[in-house]
Design a protein around this ligand. Structure first.
Ligand SMILES: *Cc1c(COP(=O)(O)O)cnc(C)c1O
Length: 427
C-alpha cells in the first residue's frame, strides 16, 4: 500500500493529502533549518550528560527522604549546564509549570518587595499566584506588591515604561517568553536578553526570571545564555520530551535556586531531600529526546500555519515568521470551526481517539472551552493537543506532537473534518 492509501485508510482523503503534500514540499528549507537546530541542541544535551558523567547508577530510584540521590543531583547539574546556569532544581515534587513559577517567585520575594512584570500580563494561572485575582496564599497576602508594564503594540518591550516602573522596592522582574493565550508575538531569547540588560543597567540586583514554558530547544540559546537569573518551565512540555510523567524545573544562579529548594521542601532541608521515586529514567531519556521532539512539534506548528493560512484563516504566528515557541493559534471565526478542528486532533490521537470532545464550562474560564488531548501523559501539551474557548474570535491554540509524522496526520485529519462539514474549501 502506498502512503496515499495509508492516509485514506486512516480517514484522510486524497484531496486533503495532496494539498498537505504541496504545503510540506514548500517548507523543505525551513524544516531543514529546524533539523539543524535540533542537531545542535542534541549535541548540547548529550555533551552535558557526558561531562557530568551520567552513569547507570543515575537511573536508579530513591524513596523516603531521598538522601544522596546521585541520579537526581546529577540530572540537576545536566539541566544547569544545558540552560547555562549555576544550579538547577528538577523534581517530580514540582507538580507543574505554575508550581515552578510560584516557587521561584515566593522563594525569592519577601514582604515589602515588589514584583515587576515587564512582558505584560502573565499567564492566566499566575494571576492568583501573584494576587492580581484574589488567591489563597498569594504573594499579595504576604505583602509583596506587583506592577506591570505592558508590551508595546508591536509586542516589543516598553523600555521607557520599564524605567519608570522600577523603584527601590523592585526585587524581581518577570518575563514570559511564550504568548500563552494572548494574541501577542512570542519573544525571542535575543530580545529578552536586551530587556534583561536594560533592567540590570537601571538596578543591577533585580532578579530577572523568565517563564520559559514551550520555548525550550526552539532556539540554540536559552534565557540563561543572555543573562536570566532564573529560568523556569514544566516537564510535561518541551524538556520532558514526552516521557517525563510529571515535574518542573528551575535553573539559575546558585543563591536563587537554593532559595527555591528551601521553599520547595523546608528551611533547613533544601535540596538534600526529595525522593526520585523511579522517575529518573524518564527524566533523563525525555531530556535526551527533547530537542528532536521539540523540532517535530515546531514543524507541526509551521505546517498548520501554512496549511490554514492558504485557506484564508488568520494564523498566529503567520506561515513565514520566525519561531520562538511551539504554539500555533488559528482563528476560525465560528464555534463549529473550533469544534471540528479539535475533533480532528482528538481522532488522530494514540489514546482515546474514539472520544468526541465537547465544549464544557471549565473552572476558571468565562466561556465554554473545548479540548482535544489523547495523550499518554495526562494534560501533556508536548503531545499533540489543542484547545479553544468558545467565544469570538473563535480561535484554537494548537501545540505538540511527539513526532512530526503524528503532528502532520493530526493536522490533516482536522482539515478533513472541516472540509467534511463544509467549513473549509481546498484550493
Ligand atoms: C503552560 C504554561 C504555564 C503553566 O504551566 P502548567 O504546567 O500548565 O501549570 C505558565 N506559563 C506559560 C507561558 C505556559 O505556557
Amino acid at each position: 500500500m502506498d502512503l496515499e492509501n495509508m492516509y485514506e485508510n486512516m480517514g484522510v482523503d486524497r484531496e486533503v493529502f495532496s494539498y498537505g503534500q504541496r504545503i510540506e514540499a514548500e517548507l523543505r528549507e525551513r524544516f531543514a533549518a529546524i533539523d539543524e537546530t535540533a542537531e545542535y541542541n542534541q549535541l548540547k544535551v548529550l555533551g552535558a550528560m557526558q561531562r557530568n558523567r551520567v552513569s547507570e547508577a543515575c537511573l536508579g530510584s530513591s524513596s523516603g527522604y531521598g538522601y544522596n540521590d546521585i541520579g537526581r543531583d546529577t540530572l540537576e547539574k545536566v539541566y544547569a549546564e544545558v540552560f547555562h546556569a549555576e544550579a538547577g532544581l528538577v523534581r517530580p515534587q514540582i507538580t507543574c509549570g505554575t508550581h515552578a513559577l510560584a516557587l521561584a517567585l515566593s522563594a525569592n520575594l519577601r514582604p515589602g518587595d515588589e514584583l515587576l512584570a515587564i512582558s505584560g500580563r502573565p499567564y492566566d494561572t499566575l494571576e492568583e499566584v501573584i494576587g492580581i485575582r484574589p488567591g489563597n496564599g498569594s504573594l499579595a497576602e504576604y505583602g509583596v506588591t506587583y506592577r506591570q508594564v505592558d508590551l508595546l503594540a508591536d509586542s516589543s518591550f516598553d523600555f521607557e515604561g520599564i524605567r519608570a516602573a522600577i523603584n527601590e522596592h523592585t526585587k524581581m522582574a518577570h518575563i514570559q517568553r511564550s504568548k500563552g493565550y494572548q494574541t501577542r508575538r512570542t519573544l525571542s531569547v535575543q530580545e529578552i536578553g536586551e530587556a534583561i540588560a536594560f533592567v540590570k543597567s537601571i538596578k543591577p540586583d533585580i532578579i530577572c526570571m523568565v517563564d520559559n514554558c514551550y520555548g525550550e530547544f526552539v532556539e540554540r540559546i536559552e534565557p540563561g545564555d543572555i543573562g536570566a537569573d532564573l529560568t523556569v518551565g514544566s516537564l510535561i512540555k518541551n524538556p520532558g520530551g514526552g516521557l517525563a510523567p510529571t515535574g518542573g524545573y528551575i535553573v539559575g544562579k546558585e543563591e536563587y535556586v537554593e532559595n527555591c529548594a528551601y521553599r520547595l521542601t523546608s528551611p533547613g532541608l533544601g535540596r538534600e531531600v526529595g525522593a526520585s521515586l523511579g522517575l529518573m529514567p524518564s527524566f533523563y531519556q525525555g531530556f535526551f529526546l527533547a530537542p528532536t521532539v521539540t523540532a517535530g512539534a515546531l514543524k507541526g506548528a509551521i505546517f498548520a500555519a501554512n496549511l490554514y493560512e492558504r485557506l484564508g484563516f488568520a494564523v498566529l504566528p503567520d506561515g513565514k515568521e520566525s519561531r520562538h515557541d511551539i504554539i500555533q493559534a488559528i482563528t476560525f471565526g465560528t464555534p463549529e470551526g473550533v469544534i471540528e478542528f479539535c475533533r480532528g486532533i482528538q481522532a488522530a490521537a494514540p489514546v482515546d481517539s474514539y472520544v468526541t470532545p465537547e465544549p464544557w464550562a471549565m473552572p476558571g474560564y468565562d466561556s465554554d472551552v473545548i479540548m482535544a488531548a489523547g495523550a499518554f501523559v495526562q494534560g501533556s501539551s508536548i503531545e499533540l493537543s489543542a484547545d479553544g474557548p468558545i467565544r469570538p474570535p473563535y480561535a484554537v491554540y494548537f501545540q505538540g506532537g511527539l513526532t512530526w509524522e503524528h503532528a502532520k496526520f493530526g493536522i490533516l485529519l482536522s482539515l478533513q473534518k472541516l472540509k467534511d462539514k463544509g467549513l473549509a474549501t481546498l484550493p
